[in-house]
Structures are given as C-alpha cells and as structure tokens.
Design a protein around this ligand. Sequence first.
Ligand SMILES: *[C@@H]1O[C@H](CO)[C@@H](O)[C@H](O)[C@H]1NC(C)=O
Ligand SMILES: *[C@@H]1O[C@H](CO)[C@@H](O)[C@H](O)[C@H]1NC(C)=O
Ligand SMILES: *[C@@H]1O[C@H](CO)[C@@H](O)[C@H](O)[C@H]1NC(C)=O
Ligand SMILES: *[C@@H]1O[C@H](CO)[C@@H](O)[C@H](O)[C@H]1NC(C)=O
Ligand SMILES: *[C@@H]1O[C@H](CO)[C@@H](O)[C@H](O)[C@H]1NC(C)=O
Ligand SMILES: *[C@@H]1O[C@H](CO)[C@@H](O)[C@H](O)[C@H]1NC(C)=O
Ligand SMILES: *[C@@H]1O[C@H](CO)[C@@H](O)[C@H](O)[C@H]1NC(C)=O
Ligand SMILES: *[C@@H]1O[C@H](CO)[C@@H](O)[C@H](O)[C@H]1NC(C)=O
Ligand SMILES: *[C@@H]1O[C@H](CO)[C@@H](O)[C@H](O)[C@H]1NC(C)=O
Ligand SMILES: *[C@@H]1O[C@H](CO)[C@@H](O)[C@H](O)[C@H]1NC(C)=O
Ligand SMILES: *[C@@H]1O[C@H](CO)[C@@H](O)[C@H](O)[C@H]1NC(C)=O
Ligand SMILES: *[C@@H]1O[C@H](CO)[C@@H](O)[C@H](O)[C@H]1NC(C)=O
Length: 519
Amino acid sequence: HPAMDSPSPWRTLLASLIILMALVSPTAAPPPTPGEQAGALLAWRATLGGQSQRALRSWGNTSTLCSWRGVRCGARRRPVITGVHLRGVRLAGTLGSLDFAALRALTSLDLWRNRLAGSIPPSIAALGELHALLLQGNQISGSIPPSLANLTRLHLLMLHDNQISGEIAGQIGELGNLVSLDLSGNQLVGSIPCEIGHLNHLVRLDLSDNKLSGPVSFCPANNSTVNLENLNRLSLSRNNLAGPISKDIVNLSSLQHLDISQNNFSGLIPGGVGGLNKLTFLHLSDNQLSGPIPPEIGNLQRLKQLNLSANHLEGYIPTSLGNLTQLTALNLSTNELIGPIPKEIRNLVNLESLGLGQNKLTASIPNSLGNLTKLTTLDLHDNQLSGNIPRELGYLVNLEELNIYNNTLSGSIPSSLGNLTKLTTLYLCYNQLSGSIPQEIGNLRNLVWLTLSSNKLSGPLPSGLCSGGRLQNFTAYNNMLVGPLPTSLLRCTSLVRFRLERNQLQGDISEMGTQILST
Ligand SMILES: *[C@@H]1O[C@H](CO)[C@@H](O)[C@H](O)[C@H]1NC(C)=O
Ligand SMILES: *[C@@H]1O[C@H](CO)[C@@H](O)[C@H](O)[C@H]1NC(C)=O
Ligand SMILES: *[C@@H]1O[C@H](CO)[C@@H](O)[C@H](O)[C@H]1NC(C)=O
Ligand SMILES: *[C@@H]1O[C@H](CO)[C@@H](O)[C@H](O)[C@H]1NC(C)=O
Ligand SMILES: *[C@@H]1O[C@H](CO)[C@@H](O)[C@H](O)[C@H]1NC(C)=O
Ligand SMILES: *[C@@H]1O[C@H](CO)[C@@H](O)[C@H](O)[C@H]1NC(C)=O
Ligand SMILES: *[C@@H]1O[C@H](CO)[C@@H](O)[C@H](O)[C@H]1NC(C)=O
Ligand SMILES: *[C@@H]1O[C@H](CO)[C@@H](O)[C@H](O)[C@H]1NC(C)=O
Ligand SMILES: *[C@@H]1O[C@H](CO)[C@@H](O)[C@H](O)[C@H]1NC(C)=O
Ligand SMILES: *[C@@H]1O[C@H](CO)[C@@H](O)[C@H](O)[C@H]1NC(C)=O
Ligand SMILES: *[C@@H]1O[C@H](CO)[C@@H](O)[C@H](O)[C@H]1NC(C)=O
Ligand SMILES: *[C@@H]1O[C@H](CO)[C@@H](O)[C@H](O)[C@H]1NC(C)=O
C-alpha cells in the first residue's frame, strides 16, 4: 500500500508503539522453552518454498536462537522470542503449519510483503501477548478468523493488500487497544460492524478497496457517548457503501483525513461536516450526494484537498469556500452547480488544481483567477461560461492543463496564453472564439493536445505549431482558417491525430499523412 511507505505520522505512531511495547511487560503463562520455539520455527521453515529456505539459512542452532534472522528476544534469562520480523524476504508458503502456541510470548509478528498464501489460522489466538500483527502485502485468502478477537492487546492490525474475503465480524470491537486497523485492498463483503465504534484508541482506520456495502454507523462502547474520539484518518473509499453520511461520521471530531469517495452514499452533505475543524483532506467524490454544498464547509480552515466531484450537487458554489486559503486542490466537477464562479475563489492562492468542469456555471471567467499562480490544472469545460477568455490567465505560468472547451466563450484568444510555456493540454474547442489564432500559441513547445475546433477562428494557423515536436492531437476543424499549412506542422512526426476539415486551408495534407504513416 503506497500510503504505508512514507508519511511521518506513521513513523511517529510506530515509534510510540515500540516504546509502549517496551513498557508493557508481558505477564501470563510460563514462557515457552528455547527448544519449543526453535522447533516451531524450524518446522514452519520446512514447509516454505525453496527461496524461503535460503532466506532463513541462519536458522538452525538452538543455542543461538536469538540471533536467527528476523528473530528478536526479550531481555530475560532464558531466550524468549518476542518478535519475528521478516519483511519483504519472499517467504512463500502458508501460516497453517506455524505452531503459534509455541511462540506465545510474541509481541510482534511482521511478515509484511512476502508471498504467503492460505488463510489466517484460528490458532493465531494463542498469541495473547501480540501488540502488532503485520501481514499486509501477501496473498492471504479466507476470512478473518473470529478468534482474532482474542488478541486483545493488539495495537496494530495490518492485513491490507491480500485476498481476504468474508465479513468483518462484530467481535472486532473487542480489540479495544487497536490504534491502527488496515483491512484495505481485500475482498471483504457485508456491512461495516457498528462495533468498530468501540475502538476508542483507534487513530487510523482504512477499509477502502473492498466490497463492503450497506450504511455506516458506529455504536459507542458501553458507558460511553462518544465514538472513535481519537480517530484522525478514516478511509472507506472504493466500496459499495450506501445510505446517508451519518451523524456518527460527522461526530468524529478528531478527523484530519476523511475519504468516502467512490461509494453509493446519498442524501445531503450534512452542515455538521463544517464542525470537523481539524480536516485537511475531504473526499466525498463519486457518490450520489445531492442538494447544495453546505456553506459550513467554509469553516474548515485547514483543508488542503476538497473533492466533491461526480455527485448530484446543485445550487451555487458557496462564497465561503473563499475562506479555505490552505487548499491546494478543489474539485467540484461533474455536478449540477449553477451561477457564477464566485470571485472569492481568488483568495485560494495555494490552489494547484481547480476543477469546475461539467456543471451549469454561467457568467464570465473571473479575471482574478489570474492571481492563482500556483495552478497547474484549470478545468472549466462543459459549462455555460460566456464572455472573453481573461488575458490574466497568462499569469498562470505553472499551468500544464487549461481545459475550457464547450462553453460559450467569445472574443479572441488572448496572446498572453503564449506565456504559459508549461502547457501540455489546451482545450478551447466548442466555443465562439473569433479573430486569428495568436502567433504566440505556436511558441508553446510542450503542447501535446491542442483543440481549437468548432469556433469562429479566422486567419492562418500559427507558424510555430509543433515546433516543440511533442504535439500528438491537434484539431482545428469547423473554423474559418485560411492560408497554407505551416511547415512546422507538415514536419510534425509526433502527430497521431489531426482534423482540419471545414476550413479554407491549403497545403499538401497528403504529404503530412505520409509522414505520419512513416513514423
Ligand atoms: C551452536 O552455537 C554454539 C554457540 O555459538 C556453538 O558453541 C555450537 O558449536 C553450535 N552448534 C552447532 C551444531 O553449530
Ligand atoms: C478466545 O477467548 C475465549 C474467551 O476468552 C475463549 O473461550 C476461547 O477459547 C479463546 N479462543 C482461543 C482460540 O484461544
Ligand atoms: C456491554 O453491556 C452489555 C449489557 O450490559 C454486556 O452484555 C456486554 O458484555 C458489555 N460489553 C462490554 C465490552 O463491556
Ligand atoms: C456503566 O458503568 C457503571 C459503573 O461503572 C455500571 O454500574 C453499569 O452497569 C455500566 N453500564 C453498562 C451498560 O455497562
Ligand atoms: C457527538 O459528540 C458529542 C461529544 O463530542 C456528544 O455529546 C454527542 O452526543 C454526540 N452525538 C451523536 C449523535 O453521537
Ligand atoms: C446506489 O443507490 C441507489 C439508491 O440510492 C440504488 O438505486 C442503486 O442501485 C445503488 N447502486 C449500486 C451500484 O448499488
Ligand atoms: C476527485 O474525484 C474524482 C472522482 O472520484 C477523481 O477522478 C479525481 O481524480 C479526484 N481529484 C482529485 C484532485 O483528487
Ligand atoms: C468565510 O466566508 C464568509 C463568506 O465569504 C464570510 O462572511 C466569513 O466571514 C468568512 N469566515 C471566516 C472565518 O473567515
Ligand atoms: C491580485 O492580487 C493583488 C494583490 O493581492 C491585487 O492587488 C490584484 O487586484 C489581484 N488581481 C486580480 C486580477 O484579482
Ligand atoms: C457540451 O455540453 C453539453 C451540456 O452542457 C452537452 O450536452 C454536450 O454534449 C457537450 N458537447 C460536447 C461536444 O462535449
Ligand atoms: C505575457 O504575454 C503578454 C502578451 O503576449 C506580454 O505582453 C507579456 O510581457 C507577457 N508576460 C510575461 C511575464 O511573460
Ligand atoms: C488523441 O487522439 C487519439 C487518436 O484519435 C485518441 O484515441 C485519443 O483519445 C486522443 N487523446 C486526447 C487526449 O484527446
């Protein structure tokens, strides 16, 4: 899972857990003998594939048990194994033949990123001291054994990126010490058990990329009114979850990261979301949400990413979004929003990506967008925007993608767009743009995709077109262009698609075709 590899909160969490694990001294049953433990590990190794035998060739001499590869012992007179850490060493086999009872003093078992298959044996419940179980990135299948609920000391349970199926049983609520639970990237079905709400130490919960369905609610543990009060990261994306965004979610007051995108949630976005004032990341995209965008979202002053795209949201874009000055990405595209682009958007000076395409927005493009100089992507396509293309867009020197096709924009193409030297994508088609195409457009040497078709453009094509040698798709059909084809275009070997019909252009297009075929 890419999210696991880098972020520092993860490291901090791990570090504090290690300290915690060091402080909590295991009590319980008599510790296993060295022979018992060595026997269990050697018997397991014997069942693993050949490559694994090589990786574990240091295993053998019982009197040096604590220096076997991946084996860690606690500080005791007799060697007692407290950790088995074999991350990414290509172990192939199953856990079925591992005698967990003989390793009952284990506090951490880390077999991350191997080639383990088969299911998690119910006998894993014997690891009563276990704080961390990391089995992610294997090919483990079968369902989560109910007996896992006996591992009540678990802080970390990482089973993501496997092929685990079946339902998540309500007993998971008995793992009351869990800090991080990641079951993402499996094939889990059924609903999310409300008992997850009992896990009051949980900081991070990731159930994304499964086949979970039904509504989401979290029930509080006995004698508690609050759910998941420490949860700061909740990812449920890419499932088939449905129903409203419940008050149980809106009440998760510590949330910093909330991603429920690509599900089937419906109903309104509750105004109470505006109370989650620690949020930096809010993705509700690709659901069936309807109604207006609640203005209270403007209270989320720490937001860096807001994605509400691909829903059925309607009404005006609230001006309060102009308060979200930390935003780097704002995506409201593919909804039914109406009215103008609010001028307050100009306050979002940290924006790198602005997506408002496929709505019903009207009026003109605000000149003040020219102040958002960090923008790399500006997408306003498929709206009803009118008026001129503001020449101020020429200040957006970091822009790589400018997509304003299928509006009712008129006037000429501002020559200032020639300043946008990083542009790879310039979609201006399906508008009412007139006048000649500025020569400066020919200077955009990084252009790969250029569409000018279905406008009222006249005059010649700019002479430098394709001078950067990157142009792949170029359309200018259905205009009133005249004159010869520029030689730079005739020599354009990168082209895979061009359409210039319905103009009065002259030149040997067949020669161009030959060039294309010959590459
Ligand atoms: C096992 O390790 C001990 C301690 O290092 C050593 O004395 C002994 O010879 C080793 N036994 C074998 C069979 O290698
Ligand atoms: C799990 O715990 C329950 C109740 O504490 C106990 O009855 C059961 O035997 C345990 N299961 C395993 C596999 O240890
Ligand atoms: C919660 O309370 C119910 C009934 O009072 C009881 O059966 C259950 O065991 C309790 N659960 C916990 C985790 O204390
Ligand atoms: C709540 O706690 C009180 C005392 O701590 C106890 O008497 C009561 O039974 C508990 N209620 C539930 C539902 O567990
Ligand atoms: C929301 O949390 C507050 C405390 O933070 C609590 O008083 C309230 O009952 C909770 N509401 C719901 C619906 O869970
Ligand atoms: C999504 O929910 C709607 C009702 O809100 C339902 O009609 C539709 O079948 C659901 N889609 C899927 C893929 O479950
Ligand atoms: C926003 O959500 C849409 C739909 O799920 C997705 O295609 C897009 O990549 C997301 N945008 C950002 C900036 O995350
Ligand atoms: C947020 O925006 C609204 C509308 O633009 C404004 O009235 C309000 O004062 C702003 N709030 C803050 C905290 O800046
Ligand atoms: C851009 O910002 C500057 C300084 O904040 C301001 O003076 C100027 O009017 C803004 N330009 C536009 C087009 O909004
Ligand atoms: C332009 O947008 C309208 C809706 O606003 C849509 O019906 C039409 O198919 C779009 N045309 C093109 C060429 O994308
Ligand atoms: C941007 O383009 C305009 C018109 O082509 C030109 O006058 C201006 O100097 C350019 N600005 C920058 C910063 O390159
Ligand atoms: C470019 O043209 C090719 C060939 O017609 C087409 O398959 C592709 O979708 C186009 N790409 C873009 C980004 O327009």
